[in-house]
Design a binder for this molecule. Structure first.
Ligand code: GLN
Ligand code: ZN
Length: 775
């Protein structure tokens, strides 16, 4: 080891990379569009890194103590790790140059695909809303140090006078998140390749050390998760082997292993036994560990980095409680540092960038910049004693008190209604009775056809919405425009021959924000962008108070649509779990209570839709699977409240009203019980992309209600042929009784263009008619 500089007293695990004004997004997209060169993109990124360092210094992190993370990424940190170790999917081997490196264009090609070569698969990063690119690690995927970007970025900062702490996804997490490439032998796991991978990490650590890095941060969130397909004993043995090996290298920076998103549990003593110099604990999700024996002795020699500032949410929190937690951590080790629980890339940059939230709400919030200041304050408290930060602690407590007492945070009528709920409010009664009532009322053919809700959001729709937001057109003009759009979409569906019609959702900017804007208890931001994946950002709403519905939201649109057609128009709502999952949610009461409040607001909306003559209502819950906790012990409680809130929203209707739900993914098997317990009359899921892989799971589960496995993959502009769709329907019918099967696309059509949509839906209808003839 080259250096013995102490770990900084305060740090953050990471910072938003996208830029205060989404500078990185703009630069990257300009590069993709061929408007700027790779050099210009590099320059823009270097400027952004420079601005970030300056900002972090200004907020109280140090220039010389490795407290500023070197965690920049052009697209995704997991892709960065893959490219660093040269692990390129076989179909992209052509992107590797003679000297073994991959340039920026190649890097983006892996992320975005090219021609027939599909991009790396994207999936959720632990239980956050961020998506990473899944590494493909086949038995023969070669590993070598293919990129020195991390070293160059360290040197760039050093030249600017800042000693940063390079950040990289750790080797265990990298392989635990990877999937085997196509054609891997049965039973093979990417994790089997650990011994081949670790030497590359050793080389990189040596390079960083030679460049002058005192500390490196290896992110190992997979160690807190039980949702991995390697047995725990094997993971723990690998923790011991890999980190003992990395720490025994002669030439290396000191190693800080960060474990965000939950508690390390049994991995902590093992990690402590390896001699890594610092360990980051998520003390928002987990608590100060109990240690004894060897583990306690090892902890006393290790820097314990207490993640007490919530990196995953936007609340200002209780600074005094955070300091006490750090103080109890200090009973385990004399060297304790203040930090965030996760990287701050889950939250927007700066609450002071928001001018419309109002002073009071603003005073309750902390975005990334405010959280950096909190860390700096806590570091000072640790170093100088609680009295040194008395003022800041008092201000945070006052804000918290104010929040507790504020009108809107507690709404008496909302609370009374929730308190009066009984089991009956969560139950619709016998499905057989409902089915008979619905069959009589709706008179649908076998294999009814429908879509998932949205029709293409054309440039025209967006222009019109922007004009309305800017006040360039009146509300009446905008409404007329939307009605014309709805009429057009209805006529089109009738012409194509769909059985259950949708209004197309042209009035919605986003399936969650739209409801947030129309419910009490929510606020929306102007600049609160967070990275969802690559250059894509979302602006989550803030659910801060008790939720209620001041007036009907969708009823006017749905009834207008229904007035234009004899066929049933499906009402379209977003479910409580998804609204929670894609917003920043209050942290002062159980999620169950918040979900039930949202559910009651939706229940009223559903009652109004029903009263207005809407006979089918879909409540989308694509986030049901993604909020599933990382620890198995938490599953039952989660499924209980999440399923409960859906049932509360949907159980107020008559037997003849048909409730649909839509789930985006095809991992049906994982949550099959939960889906069954939703008790929706019809469930649509993604299935075309996986060629109906999910159908046997459905059959095995004995799922008895309506099911629409997607027959048209809406993720690409490709038009499925009649033959293809016919075959997919045939596959579904091979396992599921025909009376249960619905025919629909995988998901909404909002990202598609009209030409391919019309052609694809026409093929879906032709295929359905052909199959019906054979029945
Ligand atoms: N009803 C929504 C739509 O069609 C569903 C979107 C989703 O599942 N993410 O756009
Ligand atoms: Zn979907």
């Amino acid at each position: 080891m080259t250096s013995i500089s102490p770990f900084p007293g305060g740090t953050i695990l990471g910072y938003p990379r996208i830029g205060r004004r989404r500078e990185l997004k703009k630069a990257v997209e300009a590069f993709w569009a061929g408007k700027i060169s790779a050099d210009q993109l590099e320059t823009a990124a270097a400027e952004l890194r420079d601005a970030t360092r300056a900002r972090l210094l200004g907020l109280g992190l140090g220039a010389a103590d490795s407290s500023i993370p070197g965690d920049f990424s052009f697209y995704d940190q997991v892709l960065d790790a893959a490219v660093t170790v040269g692990a390129v999917p076989a179909r992209f081997e052509r992107l590797v140059k003679d000297d073994g490196t991959i340039d920026l264009a190649g890097y983006f090609t892996i992320a975005r695909g090219e021609g027939d070569d599909v991009p790396a698969e994207m999936t959720k990063w632990f239980d956050s809303n961020y998506h990473y690119l899944v590494p493909e690690i086949a038995p023969e995927t070669p590993f070598h140090l293919a990129s020195d970007r991390l070293v160059r970025e360290f040197e760039e900062a050093l030249a600017a006078g800042v000693v940063t702490r390079p950040v990289l996804v750790g080797p265990l997490t990298f392989l635990l998140l990877a999937k085997a490439g196509v054609g891997a032998p049965e039973g093979y796991l990417p994790f089997d390749r650990l011994d081949d991978l670790v030497p590359v990490y050793e080389q990189l650590l040596a390079r960083l050390s030679a460049a002058g890095a005192d500390w490196v941060q290896l992110d190992e969130p997979a160690l807190v998760s039980e949702a991995v397909d390697v047995p725990r004993e094997r993971v723990l043995a690998a923790v011991s082997a890999v980190y003992s090996r990395l720490t025994s290298a002669a030439e290396r920076p000191q190693i800080f292993v960060a474990a965000p998103y939950g508690s390390l549990d049994d991995a902590l003593p093992v990690l402590l036994g390896t001699g890594v110099e610092a360990i980051g604990l998520d003390l928002v999700r987990g608590s100060v560990p109990q240690l004894d024996g060897d583990a306690a002795a090892a902890a006393a020699r290790t820097v314990l980095v207490g993640g007490v500032v919530d990196g995953h949410n936007i609340w200002r929190g209780d600074l005094g409680a955070a300091l006490s937690t750090l103080e109890s951590l200090r009973e385990l080790s004399p060297r304790v540092s203040a930090s965030t629980s996760t990287s701050l890339f889950h939250v927007p940059h700066d609450v002071h960038d928001e001018t419309l939230l109002g002073e009071q709400l603003t005073s309750w919030l902390a975005f990334a910049d405010q959280k950096v200041q909190q860390v700096a304050t806590l570091a000072r408290g640790l170093a100088e004693g609680a009295a040194a930060i008395e003022e800041e602690v008092a201000a945070a407590s006052a804000a918290l008190d104010d929040r507790r007492r504020a009108t809107g945070v507690h709404d008496g009528s909302v609370r009374e209604r929730a308190a009066a709920l009984t089991a009956a409010d969560f139950s619709r009664g016998d499905y057989g009775v409902r089915l008979a009532a619905q069959s009589a009322a709706l008179d649908l053919p076998l294999l009814p056809t429908t879509t998932i809700g949205s029709f293409p959001q054309t440039g025209d729709i967006r222009t019109s919405r922007a004009a309305f937001t800017k006040g360039e057109i009146t509300e009446a003009e905008y409404t007329d425009y939307l009605k014309a759009e709805i009429a057009r979409v209805i006529a089109l569906q009738e012409q194509i021959g769909l059985d259950v019609i949708v209004h197309g959702e042209p009035e919605r900017n986003d399936m969650v924000q739209y409801f947030a804007e129309n419910l009490d208890g929510f606020a929306v931001t102007q600049n609160g962008w967070v990275q969802s994946y690559g250059s894509r950002c979302t602006r989550p709403s803030i659910l801060w108070g008790d939720v209620s519905r001041p007036s009907p939201i969708t009823v006017e649109w749905s009834s207008y649509a229904q007035s234009l057609t004899e066929k049933p128009v499906k009402g379209m709502l977003t479910g409580p779990v998804t609204i929670l999952a894609w917003s920043f949610v209050r942290d002062d009461q159980p999620l169950r209570d918040t979900a039930n409040q949202v559910a009651l607001a939706l229940r009223d909306e559903i009652a109004d839709l029903e009263a207005a003559g809407i006979s089918i209502i879909q409540v989308d819950e694509p986030a049901l699977r993604e909020l599933l906790p990382l620890k198995k012990k938490d599953h039952a409680d989660y499924l209980d409240w999440s399923v409960g809130s859906f049932r509360l929203a949907t159980s107020g209707v008559r037997d003849e009203t048909q409730i649909h739900t839509h789930l985006c993914y095809s991992e049906f098997g994982v949550v099959i019980d939960a889906i069954d317990r939703l008790d929706a009359d019809v469930t649509s899921i993604e299935a075309a992309r996986s060629k109906m892989e999910v159908v046997p799971d459905i059959q095995r589960s004995g799922f008895g209600r309506g099911i629409g496995p997607g027959v048209y993959d809406i993720h690409s502009p490709r038009v499925p042929s009649v033959a293809e769709v016919t075959e997919l329907i045939g596959t579904a019918l091979g396992s599921i009784p025909v009376r249960q099967v619905w025919v629909n696309p995988d998901c909404g059509l909002k990202t598609r263009g009209y030409a391919e949509t019309v052609e694809s839906l026409s093929n879906v209808l032709a295929a359905t008619r052909a199959v019906r003839e054979t029945l």
